[in-house]
Ligand binder design. Structure first.
Ligand code: FEO
Ligand code: CA
Ligand code: CA
Ligand code: CA
Length: 530
């Protein structure tokens, strides 16, 4: 965890001890990003250690971990995922962090879902959603959590959240709780979008459109036994205003296993949101807002990547939807069925989406799909016609494919740095990690893919995660000098508290805890800050 000394770093770059005195760090910082990438040393392939291993020139600090008190009554939730860093001047910031799902073993100890008490379910409900914590720089200029800030708070599985919809959904315009919060996005006006992904794990899902029966999922947390809320209240994108302390569920963006929601303003000032539905055989969506500064109303499209078309999901424009659904609200609730009805292309688990700041290309992480024998996944590139985010036509091609030859597998979250390099985390599931055909990869990792220069398109691994964990939510501070990163589900394969598979981050005999880390270091600055 210790930061590299200047001497160690210069030695790593190949300067002799005698020359070190003559080299200034200012000189190093002026090296262009491409040259820095040539000096970047990948970590050894296939690592499986119970620690965060980083390339030379990078270091990390744990900012906040599960259970840390953020105010008098609330603590930092479980399985932190998406991170949004919202600067408030040079030395202060607000950080939103998603909490995706609970692990009953570490939350209350009862791993038998059929015998869970109401209090145990409530504890799980409080462990998910999101946390808002305030950050400030310390004297050394490093970002740290201000645990005493009066405006730290949580939005969890018990919060009352309005459903912004044309009509009541299951008789209500309010939902209780947000959970399964996977990735997200930041709007051009500085609010956060947090995405409800595997919502069916909590309250199940109707067996089909127009059927009332609810089916539990394979990994059910069985909350419905104590809290019988309708599945239709979940699976939405939720907009969080951390300043006003408000939240709302934006039904116009559709309902599915929302991974993330990546925003960009179109040439006319309206906002376009790109979204993936993280399930094998599901689709890629695009939303175009009706008005500037609001995502409450707009047009939802789904991708036909075979023919390069964005297909409208507006019932007024699609006779096939009129035949199947009563109104637009039902189309939105049943987005997956509507997408298939209009002819959208099934994909290999669309996860995070990022837009290349240099050329406007849209990159979509397709994690994997055992059903189509795509074990290692790929990154799909979508280029809108004439570079216009309002276009209904595009071209699609593979940007990078995972596998032993390229060194990565199952791409998930992504982020661009200030020099246009793509950073990517991998999501090999706990049950598959370090086994055939993923053994070459070792634990999950963090990679950087240069977009220019001699290493363009090559994935270079810069970090490896602790046992059973996944890195999620990479988010750069605006100066590119700090990379915030979630370490999610360390020790997830533990069968009991007496035999845990990870002790990260506290080590010794401590229980594992999901945590947010801040990665810094001279190599990060050289590559990622402009
Ligand atoms: Fe929650 Fe798609 O990962
Ligand atoms: Ca994810
Ligand atoms: Ca991202
Ligand atoms: Ca994932």
């Amino acid at each position: 965890m210790s930061a590299y000394t200047r001497r160690e770093f210069l030695e790593f770059l190949g300067y002799s001890s005698a020359a070190i005195g003559a080299v200034t760090m200012v000189g190093c910082k002026k090296k262009p990003s491409q040259q820095s990438l040539g000096q970047l040393k990948a970590i050894p392939a296939g690592l499986s250690k119970d620690e965060v291993t980083l390339s030379p020139g990078f270091s990390y600090d744990v900012l906040i971990k599960y259970g840390d008190q953020i105010n008098a009554k609330e603590s930092f939730g479980f399985n932190n995922d998406y991170i949004a860093f919202l600067p408030k001047g040079r030395n202060k910031a607000v950080m939103w962090v998603n909490h995706e799902y609970p692990n009953p073993l570490f939350i209350h100890g009862n791993v038998d879902n059929t015998s869970k008490t109401k209090a145990q379910v409530e504890a799980e409900m409080k462990s998910v959603g999101g946390s808002i914590v305030h950050l400030k720089r310390n004297k050394a200029g490093q970002w740290r959590v201000d645990f005493t800030h009066p405006d730290n708070y949580c939005v969890n599985g018990l919060a009352e959240i309005p459903l912004i919809a044309e009509m009541p959904i299951e008789g209500s315009k309010t939902a209780i709780g947000t959970f399964a919060n996977c990735a997200g996005g930041v709007t051009p006006w500085g609010t956060v979008l947090t995405c409800e992904e595997n919502y069916h794990d909590m309250y199940g899902e109707r067996v089909a459109y127009n059927k009332r029966e609810i089916k539990s999922s394979k990994y059910s947390y069985a909350w419905g036994k104590h809290f019988p809320y309708p599945p239709e209240h979940y699976g939405w994108v939720v907009e969080i205003d951390t300043t006003q302390k408000t939240a709302k569920k934006l039904t116009a963006l559709g309902r599915f296993a929302h991974e993330g929601a990546t925003c960009i303003n179109a040439k006319d000032g309206r906002t376009v949101v790109y979204m993936g539905d993280d399930k094998a055989g599901e689709c890629i969506y695009k939303f175009i807002s009706d008005q500037k500064g609001s995502l409450e109303k707009g047009q939802l499209y789904v991708a036909d990547t075979t023919n390069g078309q964005w297909l409208s999901l507006d019932i007024k424009q699609q006779p096939s939807l009129q035949k199947k659904f009563k109104n637009q609200t039902e189309v939105l609730i049943w987005s997956r069925e509507a997408a298939k009805t209009v002819g959208a292309t099934p994909q290999n688990r669309p996860e995070d989406i990022e837009i290349n700041p240099v050329n406007g290309d849209i990159l979509v992480a397709l994690t994997n799909n055992k059903d189509t024998k795509d074990y290692f996944g790929s990154i799909l590139r979508i280029q809108e016609k004439d570079g216009d985010h309002l276009a209904t036509e595009f071209t699609a091609s593979t940007f990078a494919a995972g596998g032993p030859e390229t060194g990565f597998a199952s791409p998930d979250n992504m982020a661009f740095d200030n020099n246009g390099n793509l950073w990517m985390t991998t999501d090999i599931s706990g049950s598959a990690m370090n086994k055939h055909p993923y053994a070459f990869h070792g634990n999950n990792g963090l990679f950087v893919i240069p977009m220019q220069g001699e290493n363009a398109g090559k994935a270079i691994q810069v970090a490896s995660a602790p046992h059973d964990a996944e890195f999620t939510g990479p988010f750069f501070a605006p100066d590119g000098k700090t990379l915030f990163l979630s370490v999610q589900h360390p020790g997830e394969n533990s069968k009991s508290l007496e035999s845990v598979t990870s002790h990260w981050p506290e080590g010794g005999s401590n229980l594992p805890k999901p945590a947010v880390i801040a990665i810094t270091g001279p190599m990060l600055e050289m590559i990622a800050s402009s």
